[in-house]
Design a protein around this ligand. Structure first.
Ligand code: ADP
Ligand code: GN1
Ligand code: MG
Length: 377
């Protein structure tokens, strides 16, 4: 089913979720690659405006939306309790699910699509690109704190919403399979990219091997730590809230760190077609490292701290693998907005991997500098 058809039920979804007031406006919102997000504005009986987020969940990606929403419901309840204990404002510092009219956390429409509502986080924005290093520092603090607040969450009760999500060797196998099948005949155009990735197959296994040997702990992690999944307060400039909780699952802290670096510490957008503009920005790498270690450095083990640069490299390589796999398979997973979009995305990630290899000693020195000064914030 195409996106326009599935979104045709937006009014039906709105009518079945407990949004307060009369609908004034609805528009597509945000720039995520997976879900369809709308900003819906209502007028309450008292005349006040009530903004809400409405999302159509991508149930091709998330095959069990009921389990996904069970996770989100109980994670956000846990976060609310923590935020109240710490004297914060739970209406702005965590997502809040708006239940459906029959008291459920999601609505299934008449053509089988799944929808959910969230309170809109007012007076805050998320960024697709870092404008000032402070914003990137703030996003690191937000993800570090998020990990801390979930440190005592009962991980065994979480559903795995996407199995093997950050299993990089499994991602590599999926790429090899896609390349062998070559269903849309694109392999002839991506030989260089495939070769670049295959040369790094040993790197792809490093973290999973350490996990298997018990050298890295499994924690409750976010697993999709892009800059645009953090809301920054318009007035204070401080990070407020982490959104996009679909992939909160047991995972590696290094993956959360690395995913942020690959997206936010680049000198160009994730889909920049001109690779001469794409580099790892060491100043941004430093801002994020400082923020992450300020917020959660004390809870990381020595091995985790040692492996932070590797976390950045492997998550960047993995994302390049995923974009290339989707390109070879005919663009069925990530939303695309132009021809070869996934190939452009793949190329930026591989360019970043190469640049990280060149800047390895500087990356290691930066981590070294901040790991000695860790103090929770
Ligand atoms: P996707 O899974 O497609 O990335 P997200 O859940 O990240 O979808 O939502 C897309 C964008 O919508 C986010 O980057 C953020 O800017 C915005 N957003 C999401 N939830 C809220 C919210 N509760 N309040 C304000 N903005 C939000
Ligand atoms: C997707 O949903 P969004 O846009 O925040 C993807 C991430 C990728 C990212 C690449 C569930 O994130 O894993 O790293 O695109 N989310 C899922 O930009 O696959
Ligand atoms: Mg998102």
């Amino acid at each position: 089913m195409d996106r326009a058809a599935s979104c045709s039920k937006v009014d039906e979804a709105i009518a079945n979720i407990q949004f307060d007031g009369e609908l004034v406006e609805k528009k597509l919102f945000g720039s995520g690659h997976i879900n369809d997000t709308f900003l819906a504005t209502f007028k309450r009986a008292d005349g006040h405006t009530n903004k809400c987020i409405l999302q159509r969940m991508n149930h091709k990606v998330f095959e069990k939306p009921d389990e996904l929403m069970e996770n989100i419901w109980s994670i956000t309840e846990h976060l609310k309790r923590k935020i109240i204990e710490q004297g914060g404002d739970p209406r702005r510092e965590t997502l809040s699910v708006i239940p459906t009219k029959d008291g459920k956390s999601y609505y299934q429409d008449s053509i089988g699509c799944y929808w959910r509502g969230f309170q809109f986080i007012e007076d805050a924005v998320s960024f697709d690109r870092v404008e000032k290093p402070e914003q990137f520092y703030q996003s690191a603090v937000a993800f570090g704190r998020f990990q801390n607040m979930l440190a005592d969450y009962p991980a065994e009760t979480l559903h795995e919403t996407i199995p093997n999500f950050h299993n990089t060797p499994a991602r590599l196998e999926a790429l090899k399979k896609a390349a062998k099948e070559d269903v849309v005949g694109r392999v002839k155009d991506v030989r260089e990219e495939l070769e670049f990735i295959y040369k790094r197959r040993k790197d792809a296994c490093v973290l999973m091997n350490m996990l298997e040997r018990g050298e890295l702990p499994l924690r409750v992690t976010h697993n999709d730590t892009k800059l645009n999944n953090v809301m920054i307060d318009n007035v204070t400039g401080k990070s407020l809230c982490v959104v996009d909780l679909d992939t909160v699952m047991p995972g590696l802290a290094l993956n959360d760190y690395g995913d942020s670096i690959r997206f936010g510490a680049s000198t160009a957008a994730e889909d920049e077609p001109d690779l001469s503009k794409v580099w790892l920005d060491l100043k941004l790498f430093e801002s994020y490292t400082k923020g992450f270690l300020d917020a959660c450095g004390d809870s990381l083990t020595e091995k985790e701290l040692d492996m932070l640069p590797m976390g950045a490299k492997i998550m960047t390589l993995e994302c390049g693998i995923r974009f290339l796999t989707d390109y070879i398979q005919g663009d069925t997973y990530f939303k695309i907005h132009r021809e070869h979009h996934n190939l452009d995305r793949c190329r930026t990630q591989l360019k970043l991997v190469a640049d990280m290899e060149r800047k390895w000693s500087q990356m290691t020195a930066i981590v070294q500098r901040y790991r000695t000064k860790k103090a929770p914030v």
